[in-house]
Design a binder for this molecule. Structure first.
Ligand SMILES: CC(C)(COP(=O)(O)OP(=O)(O)OC[C@H]1O[C@@H](n2cnc3c(N)ncnc32)[C@H](O)[C@@H]1OP(=O)(O)O)[C@@H](O)C(=O)NCCC(=O)NCCS
Length: 176
């Protein structure tokens, strides 16, 4: 049975492996990575099947135009051997419930619209929003969690999550 839980300490290497397999080394050069580097995620969940870590999702605090608070969803990855069994669906719905419960107004992402539209993400309404690098605008998607959460949204997206402080080698990542 698939279970979703908060990302615990000690699984970072397994998650990096999953992400490398899913996205390849180019993932570190993505525009959205600039909004994640050096920050702690707002939410991080994993999926397990009988104890085995089979999926990961992380969401990050961002602000648009200095005014509109939102979350940036991604990356999400599911081990290839566990795909098409609803693991990604569970990770995303769990994340959206957590974000809604914490009163986050909206979630943005850059990803495949044919996958994310089932959760309500749309490419509309982001014409005046800029990311810190090139992006295929058709893949730049948003979901309002609170009514009017993105009304009138415009301006550059900036990272607002807590900064990571690196301690001694072998330490876990800690908030600054
Ligand atoms: C995208 C991903 C997280 C989905 O996880 P999953 O557990 O397989 O997803 P689910 O089981 O919830 O959903 C499977 C459905 O989504 C569809 N789907 C999967 N990836 C898709 C994509 N990129 N575009 C459109 N549809 C997609 C499948 O065809 C399947 O369709 P069906 O329900 O009609 O059969 C997983 O395929 C993955 O890790 N991919 C590589 C990393 C990646 O591309 N992540 C971000 C996507 S932008």
């Amino acid at each position: 049975m698939i279970t979703i839980e908060n990302e615990p300490p000690g699984v970072a290497a397994r998650i990096e492996y999953l992400l490398d397999k899913a996205f390849g080394p180019g993932r570190h050069r993505k525009t959205v990575q600039k909004l994640r580097d050096g920050r702690l995620p707002a939410f991080a969940f994993i999926a397990r099947d009988a104890g085995t870590l089979v999926g990961t999702i992380r969401l990050w605090n961002i602000r648009v135009g200095g005014k509109w608070n939102a979350l940036l969803l991604g990356p999400i990855a599911v081990d290839a051997a566990w795909r098409d069994r609803g693991v990604g669906d569970q990770l995303i719905r769990h994340s959206l419930r957590a974000a809604y419960a914490a009163r986050h107004p909206a979630v943005l992402l850059v990803g495949d619209e044919p996958y994310y539209r089932r959760f309500g993400f749309r490419a509309a309404g982001l014409d005046n929003v800029t990311l810190p690098g090139p992006v295929d605008r058709r893949r730049f998607l948003a979901l309002e969690l609170l009514p009017g959460g993105l009304a009138g949204v415009r301006g550059p997206v900036e990272a607002t999550g807590r900064r990571v402080r690196l301690g001694r080698p072998g330490d876990c990542l800690r908030a600054a």
